[in-house]
Ligand binder design. Structure first.
Ligand code: ZN
Length: 142
């Protein structure tokens, strides 16, 4: 049983943005030497998240637009009022979305490859950018 711990950074350029990180995760799995097992991705942030979905920038805009309708960036949030003197803390919408989308996913690995379906990619979801973010990667298996 191997346990390989690693991480990579993601640079977002917009307030809300979806970034495909599938290639970065594949590279880490390859270097880990694990052929069969699991990879867990952990986003150590309260205003970003990670998901598996289709690699289609138009769909990503649809997702972001629905997220904005569900939990608007501007709203009567107690968190924003409490930290009104810190411009970067006007981000209650991002904390709420983080609870809905979750900061972690686990994907099976078989013969050195993630068992992603044809239309599945790993998507990092920025909800309070632009920022430099970290994704922690733990590969377990043999
Ligand atoms: Zn905050």
């Amino acid at each position: 049983m191997r346990f390989h711990s690693s991480e990579f950074s993601v640079q977002s350029r917009r307030k809300m943005e979806i970034i495909d990180v599938t290639g970065k995760v594949s590279g880490i799995i390859e270097r880990s030497g694990v052929r069969n097992g699991l990879v867990n991705l952990w986003v150590p942030h309260t205003t970003a998240a990670i998901a598996v979905n289709e690699r289609d920038p138009d769909l990503w805009e649809d997702i972001l637009s629905i997220m904005e309708k569900l939990v608007p960036v501007r709203g009567d949030y107690r968190h924003n009022a409490k930290y009104g003197w810190i411009p970067s803390e006007q981000n209650a919408h991002a904390h709420i979305l983080n609870c809905l989308i979750k900061p972690s996913i686990t994907i099976p690995i078989e013969n050195g490859l993630m068992l992603l379906g044809t239309w599945q990619s790993i998507l990092f979801i920025e909800m309070d950018g632009p920022q430099t973010r970290t994704v922690q990667v733990h590969v377990m298996g043999e």
